[in-house]
Design a protein around this ligand. Structure first.
Ligand code: ADP
Length: 443
């Protein structure tokens, strides 16, 4: 099957969050499963662009309203990512250092989508499916189906995956027979019917066209056995010693006490992740446990939260530190070093952090929402391996941290959970099968 993915992000080319991880891994594993997977994204000015070899695939000219523009599609020439990677260069629009955050993002991503459809219309054959990711590409199914100019492509099935419905851009989409909507977990799909930032009625009405498929993780990138970012590599067989080496090194780096359980938060410092309650929750949890827990935070986002997190350092020098910024390598080190990963998210369509934590033997402490419900079983249940709570509140976090501290004393229980969670299979191979089954059903 020939699948063309369209996305604003793709790791390692350009990543802002989970979308980048998924868009980098799904085509890779589809290609491994014997399909022709391709991905097209905007050409940003990234390190990856300058560090790799490119050939010009196509040059075209089209228009957005009455603005005519030229675009160039370049292709990475060595199949470095395991699938065909195409970048669309629209001078003055896509060629920026950041992915998002510009005043003209609407124009940037609209022109990108128009260029992609124009480019597709110049292919000598049609792909079997066009798989779009999030709102930056969500107009494409509509354009393929309804633009007179592109009517020859109106029979190409399309899939739109909603990685996060809070960010909607301006979604011009239509409901048509071929268009199938997926989300990245079944619980998130169910939640969208009651909480979708204004689109609730649509999700309720269109239930029959929607399906939730949990993301996979790239086991080649996220593997404590081979991860070059780690201070010490390990497997489930030597998880206790391996994690301890990483923890000692990380605690030294951050100047905190390595003898206490370590909980980390990694993510965007935004309301969706409940980052606003993080400073209070950390302070209150340290007090409530008489200083028996340490925290490290890695993230960036809301400047007020960033300031408060920085300010907290002087209050708890032995128990707390943070790095405000984005650091891929440090995130790997923290997943490996931590005993616990805290995710109090208000909204979590799928969540990748908890899946990485499981792979690294780190007990997830998560709020029961979206994909966190589908992937974390509370340790109070049979075969449980995580800690779940209901409210994004300081009180619920304190209670959960207390549970974490007490299970940390029970070394046998902790080891059992670690070994169990490290064996859970969240690889892309199974997810790829689910997507291919879905595409087949559209043909
Ligand atoms: P979202 O897409 O909503 O940001 P996900 O859990 O799906 O959340 O994915 C987040 C991804 O971004 C993970 O790979 C996580 O490790 C990474 N990440 C988030 N913030 C940072 C940061 N400050 N430094 C390094 N990696 C980060």
């Amino acid at each position: 099957m020939e699948i063309i993915h369209v996305s604003a992000e793709c790791y390692p080319v350009a990543k802002a969050g989970g979308l980048g991880d998924v868009a980098g891994a799904l085509p890779k594993y589809q290609a491994k499963a014997g399909h022709f997977a391709k991905l097209v994204m905007p050409m940003y000015k990234t390190k990856f662009l300058y560090a790799n070899e490119w050939v010009v695939d196509f040059k075209g000219q089209t228009n957005m309203g009455n603005w005519f523009f030229e675009y160039t599609v370049i292709k990475e020439s060595t199949n470095k990512l395991g699938f065909d990677l195409f970048l669309v260069d629209i001078q003055g629009l896509t060629d920026r250092e950041k992915i998002y955050g510009y005043d003209d993002d609407v124009e940037r991503f609209t022109a990108f989508q128009i260029a992609v459809v124009h480019w597709l219309s110049n292919w000598e054959h049609k792909p079997d499916v066009v798989h779009c990711h999030d709102h930056h590409t969500a107009l494409i199914p509509f354009m393929l189906q309804h633009c007179y100019q592109y009517r020859a492509m109106s029979d190409i099935p399309t899939v739109l995956t909603i990685h996060n419905a809070q960010y909607q851009g301006w979604m011009g989409w239509d409901k048509n027979y071929y268009m199938k909507v997926t989300t990245v977990s079944s619980s998130y799909l169910a939640e969208l019917r009651t909480s979708a930032n204004g689109l609730e009625a649509l999700f309720e009405y269109e239930q029959g066209k929607c399906v939730g498929i949990i993301n996979g993780i790239d086991n080649e990138v996220w593997d404590p056995k081979t991860d070059e970012f780690l201070y010490a590599k390990y497997t489930s067989r030597n998880v206790t010693a391996g994690k301890l080496k990483n923890k000692n090194a990380v605690c030294k780096q951050f100047g905190i006490n390595p003898d206490k359980p370590l909980a980390v938060f990694i993510g965007r410092l935004v309301g969706e992740k409940a980052a606003d309650i993080l400073p209070d929750a950390i302070a209150a949890s340290i007090y409530a446990t008489d200083g028996s827990i340490c925290f490290v935070v890695l993230g960036s986002g809301d400047p007020t939260v960033e300031d408060r997190l920085n300010e907290l350092k002087s209050h708890f020098p032995d128990n707390y530190n943070c790095y405000i910024g984005y650091d891929e390598g440090l995130s790997h080190k923290l997943y490996a070093a931590a005993d616990f990963l805290l995710m109090p998210s208000r909204v979590e369509p799928c969540g990748l952090n908890q899946l990485y934590a499981l792979r690294y033997g780190t007990v997830p402490i998560v709020r029961s929402t979206g994909g966190l419900i589908d992937t974390v079983v509370d340790m109070g249940e049979e075969q449980g391996f995580g800690i779940r709570f209901n409210h994004a509140s300081v009180a619920d976090i304190i209670y959960s941290v207390q549970r974490a501290v007490s299970v940390h004393h029970d070394k046998k229980h902790l080891l059992g959970m670690r070994q169990h969670m490290m064996k859970i299979d969240h690889s892309w191979e199974g997810v790829v099968e689910q997507y291919i089954g879905l595409y087949e059903g559209l043909r």
